[in-house]
Design a protein around this ligand. Sequence first.
Ligand SMILES: *Cc1c(COP(=O)(O)O)cnc(C)c1O
Length: 378
Amino acid sequence: MNAPPVMIPQADPGAGYRAQKAEIDAAVARALDSGWYILGREGEAFEREFAAWLGTARAVGCANGTDALALILRGMGIGEGCTVATVSHTAVATVAAIEMAGAVPLLLDIDPDTYPMDADELCAVLEDPPPGLPPIRAAIVVQLYGQAADLTPMLAACAKAGVALIEDCAQAHGAMLGGQKLGTLGQAAAFSLYPTKNLGALGDGGVLATDDFELAERIAAIRQYGWKERYVSAMVGVNSRLDEVQAAILRAKLPVLDAGNARRRAIAAAYDAALEGGPITAPVRRDGAEHVFHQYVLRCTDRGGVQAQLRAAGIGTGIHYPVPVHLQGAYRGRVPLGPARCAETEDAAEQVLSLPMYPELTDQQVERICAALRGLGA
Ligand SMILES: *Cc1c(COP(=O)(O)O)cnc(C)c1O
């Protein structure tokens, strides 16, 4: 009898640590030896280096990606008495951040081919807002799975309506649209630095980016009790700081982010080739967009069957996300939906399946996954 195949996990943040163990250990030791653990030189250097890499005037570190979104809203003065449009097909964090800021989330449907927000529905609700809701003050566009939404019409519609476009780039570090990096196209962008993201800390972390210096200054104060000077709150704030150990780790990882994204694209190309001619099609790429494959997502009418077949071949899979936010217990029947009633979102939630995707997958592992993909439906 053959031994069962060694499982290839769908995500493996420990592999990212092992690949850079010497630099990361040195960075952690440097931060620990400094005797200063929160909002210090490592954090400031990370903010400068991240802003330079992204191409924005400012970056502000914070505790996690959810807080990065909520801090942007608070910094813009968006909270009670405001509606913020976003999607239901996302990490629940996006919607949680809107409610943390005190605003009402309005959940729109997705483009069924590429999965981010449907541009037509956003344009429609900005022209003709649903009755009974406070005014729409912002749209949080999730650049889901590592690929851009159809931003050009969204940016035009938001500008016309005087509504802020905020990018949720938690899955899109380094992705581009029309030659420009995501995170530089709207008024501000939030990035999660959760360990499995394309740029991941070894704990929680987040960073937000903007070209608006005043907004960045306000948010830098809000993240620490509203202090402009120590112990004196000029405005109401929160506590959402990035610690020095995580900042030092992120400074070690930022220089290899672009190479990691290139490796993700090469793995995606191998999966594409393996799927060719089979029953399941490769993920759709948006014209003019450069995908960074936070996730490589298949669309399967028989998801359970495909998942079981891959599991038998020792290949882990994930579902991002199995239950749309508007159908989850905490939100069901309570959060308003757009005119499309999230019909495409509900279909996608039943069919999406994420393959293993991280730069440290070996060629041998990728070949094993490709062989299993070639065998699907056989
Ligand atoms: C991960 C993620 C977040 C939240 O980030 P945390 O760091 O876990 O708070 C928000 N939005 C999206 C789309 C994400 O994938």
